[in-house]
Design a protein around this ligand. Structure first.
Ligand code: SF4
Length: 302
């Protein structure tokens, strides 16, 4: 497996608690990277030799501003392309936003600002406009990322990283619990593939504050604080990997059959069924289906 991007979940904490959030971010979540964690992850990324991009996201990355600032500098010094994802809550006016962003000017190649009706009560919240205006003043490449409402049938879905512009909501993480009821459901047997992640060659993976390397949120390929990332990448055999093997063979429907799981008759999408199936198997694969944060369990440090 060739990894070209590491997306560091700097923290599971967020000032918001959006219904669509894949990682169950909230003010009550726990788990934040230390500077030492970040130095270790970046060193392992550099040693891999294939990583081009480092993203800092969350949760809300700006909640731990000093850590973020130091981490971005370190990543840039190591020669990575660097991106940050934020909801822009800190940009209370353009001057404040310029002050917040100035340390990142020249160091980051992408600032993705989330602005939609999940994060705010209007599609383009004033703070997000301030953040974009400040980034433009400072010459920082910036874009909005937006997730459409569940009923927006024409919104495009994407594989892997959420692209600039508007994307369709996916019923994963908190969205499976909060939003799935707003769309028509289909029989579970129809979900015969994973439509949103390349489970053979994902390109980018997410690393959380506990060292878990997620191929999809809540499916860990290994823990890079316990085993080198290089080993995790080189030994990855998707067809034999628990959970991934059946997903590749026949999607979440095969997951249900293969592990003899219970399920409802109908689901909103493949991820909705996948999350329901995986939540039944956590005791069986505790090192893979982890951490608790990705399954909506708050105030834990596992
Ligand atoms: S089907 Fe499962 S593995 Fe694939 S993107 Fe959805 S939640 Fe992730």
């Amino acid at each position: 497996m060739k990894i070209d991007g590491l997306h560091l979940l700097l923290t599971y904490e967020c000032n918001l608690q959006c219904d669509h959030c894949f990682v169950w971010g909230s003010p009550w979540q726990s788990g934040t990277m230390t500077l030492q964690n970040i130095a270790d992850i970046l060193r392992q990324g550099r040693d891999l030799g294939t990583v081009e991009w480092i993203y800092f996201e969350g949760g809300e990355s700006f909640l731990h501003y000093a850590v973020l600032q130091s981490a971005v500098k370190r990543a840039a010094d190591l020669g990575f392309q660097v991106g940050i994802v934020s909801n822009g809550y800190w940009a209370t006016d353009v001057d404040v936003a310029v002050t917040c962003l100035r340390p990142f000017a020249g160091l980051i190649q992408d600032l993705s600002i989330s602005s939609d009706l999940y994060h705010w009560n209007e599609k383009l919240r004033q703070q997000t406009k301030n953040a974009v205006a400040a980034a433009e003043q400072l010459g920082i490449p910036v874009e909005y990322i937006r997730i459409a409402q569940p009923e927006a049938a024409d919104a495009a879905s994407s594989i892997g990283q959420i692209p600039a512009g508007e994307s369709a909501v996916v019923f994963r993480g908190r969205a499976a619990e909060k939003l799935a009821a707003r769309v028509d459901h289909r029989p579970w047997e129809q979900f015969t593939e994973c439509p949103y992640e390349d489970l053979r060659e994902p390109g980018r993976v997410h690393v959380d504050p506990f060292g878990n390397v997620h191929i999809c949120q809540g499916i860990s390929l290994g823990n890079l604080f316990q085993r080198p990332l290089r080993d995790i990448a080189e030994s990855y055999d998707p067809d034999l990997f628990p959970v991934i093997g059946p997903l590749l063979k026949g999607g979440p429907a095969e997951l249900v059959r293969y592990y003899d799981l219970s399920c409802n008759q109908k689901y909103a999408d493949a991820c909705h069924l996948c999350c329901a199936a995986r939540s039944q198997m956590r005791d069986r694969f505790p090192d893979v289906l982890t951490p608790d944060q990705m399954y909506g369990v708050c105030n834990v440090t596992r």
